[in-house]
Design a protein around this ligand. Structure first.
Ligand SMILES: [Zn+2]
Length: 264
């Protein structure tokens, strides 16, 4: 399995990060895309990438950070994004739920990162909360050339259709195990080539929510739920989502790694 969205540089992993990687390995997670979504996280994410050759990077400014980053950070971000291990820009988008930054600043950084993705030929990892319409409108206006993913997808079939016409994929994570009928329908009916697996660790632990901290080793629970919704085997689900991830992020890795039996 490929965990296409995790935050393993997060401080919540400081005391047992080596074991987190070890448990992920045992559970059949072969590759990670680490999201470095704020300036202070990027150096820690680079350090992780040096230690783990199977970890790729996505660098950007989360909408919640849009007011905190210095105005000249775009130049710094461009340099980070040129690093060989960087496969995407983000997570970027709009968050009108927490509203940690003024909407104007969020939109400015969102548009700047869309332009950066176009300039460097990198896909976008999109975060939106309570801002689906505004986020899709900007994407439909700008039409990012290298596509991207609506991370933590929790919307319905209409959003699937709009994402599809943008050439975007859907990040399927822990939320799919929470039992939302509209999301279940969307995941069941979405084109197979749109589906990606992600944890968003340390956030959004899949059911049963007992650990209070998500980690990539739990990705099998997401895979199992996706497999059940689609009527696919665990192996098929891993193969299809893995191909989709390699295609979108142009990961320089071969396919075919299967989770050990029982891990799903
Ligand atoms: Zn995230």
């Amino acid at each position: 399995m490929i965990d296409t969205h995790c935050h393993l540089a997060d401080r919540r992993f400081d005391r047992d990060r080596a074991q987190v990687f070890e448990r992920a390995h045992i559970a059949g997670v072969t590759h990670f895309i680490e999201i470095a979504h704020a300036p202070e996280i990027v150096p820690r994410a680079h350090a992780l990438a040096r230690e783990h050759p199977n970890l790729f990077l996505c660098v950007g400014v989360h909408p919640g950070e849009a007011a905190a980053v210095p105005a000249d950070y775009l130049e710094v971000l461009r340099d980070h994004a040129r690093h060989a291990r960087v496969v995407a820009i983000g997570e970027t988008g709009l968050d009108f739920y927490r509203n940690r930054a003024p909407r104007e600043a969020q939109e400015r950084w969102f548009r700047a990162q869309i332009a950066l993705g176009d300039e460097l030929g990198l896909p976008l990892v999109i975060h939106q909360r309570s801002a689906l319409e505004e986020t899709l409108a900007i994407l439909e206006e700008t039409r990012p050339a290298a596509g991207g993913v609506l991370h933590c997808f929790d919307d319905g079939l209409t959003a699937v259709g709009r994402a599809r016409s943008l050439g975007f994929k859907l990040g399927i994570g822990g939320v799919v195990t929470y039992g939302h009928p509209a999301l279940d329908d969307a995941v069941r009916d979405a084109p197979a080539e749109m589906l990606l697996l992600e944890t968003d660790a340390p956030y959004l632990e899949p059911e049963p929510r007992t650990a209070r901290r998500n980690e990539p080793a739990l990705l099998g629970r997401v895979l199992a739920r996706l497999a059940a919704l689609r009527g696919w085997s665990a192996e098929e689900t891993d193969r299809i989502t893995g191909e989709n991830a390699r295609e979108l992020f142009r990961l320089p890795i071969a396919g075919g790694a299967l989770p050990p039996s029982g891990s799903a």
